[in-house]
Design a protein around this ligand. Sequence first.
Ligand code: MN
Length: 379
Amino acid sequence: MKKQLFIVITTILFTSFNMTNTAFAEDAISEELSKAEKALVPIAAFTASGNISKLKESLHQGLDDGLTINEIKEALVHIYAYAGFPRSLIGINTFIAVMDERQSQGKIDKAGKEASALPDDFDQNAYGHKVRNTLVGRDISNRTSGYPVFTPIIDKFLVEHLFADIFVRDVLNHKQRELVTISTLSALPGTEPMFKGHLGIAMRMGYSESQLEDFIEVLRERVSGHVADRSALVLAEALKTTNPKTISKALEVTRKTSPVVASSEYFTGRATVESRFTSKATGSYGGGTVNFEAGARTAWHTHPVGQTLIVISGRGLVQSEGEAVQEILPGDVVWIPANERHWHGAAPDSAMSHVAISEPLNGSGVQWMEHVSDEQYNK
Ligand code: MN
């Protein structure tokens, strides 16, 4: 499937999703799902399909990949709302067996945080409506047709139980919950309309098109080719209705968004990224503004089809491997050829901001390597 969305400085911590202090924080968000996110996919899919031996493997993998015990418990509980108590309880019993095995092997796993206590006056109805409206992207509190009218009780259960009692538990955030949901539905043939709807919700919660394509790849590698193929068809349908490229026909001003801190895995010092963009017409290029504090710089990296940098403020440095470090100033335009190992950043005594523009190849716009050492930087 053609990748249409991408991010130039791909690997950015998306702090607005409240992912700190969990395994998810260790993995930067990029075109791919993080390691912890990937680990959730087969756990949910095999719980939903009831494949206990594969579920066992996935649970071991999830713990090895940094999911906490409580995050996995929470995912297994969440699944009951989508796959039923029998699947969920079998999943939980399987997890108990896996925990016993690991204990006898002397493995120590992180318990992780518990759900925060709720206020005494927690209003399930109000909270549930608010959550559901946010997930679906419009106010559906007062529908006048369909199942909420025919069977109001199930709407009450959805609002007050699923979207309040369950969703309020902050062991998993709403974005992570949607990943568990789409992974569950991927393994439940016959739920395609819901699956498609939840893929749209997953995008609304912050997953990019590329990350959902990566989700399909994770299904292919860790669940089954059949589940991946079926899911790819549903994703293609979902993208037709939610892809901004197909619905954006008017002139658009996108306001500056709050800066997102760049991942320390790929940056030294503090850098932030804001005002990210993609070509609306073809999706062939994209980028964003990167702000480096004095001394901050990217790790060594390459771009598969090159990169353009436009310096907009401060004083910076750029280096191609084996060549001298060059100073860059506001107004300078830097072209980095395809597959050229390089880094860019601020000068030691000055901040620097640049706009970065690049094109992806097979869905990837950057390949990250090791950090630029102080010795290399100070040359
Ligand atoms: Mn670069």
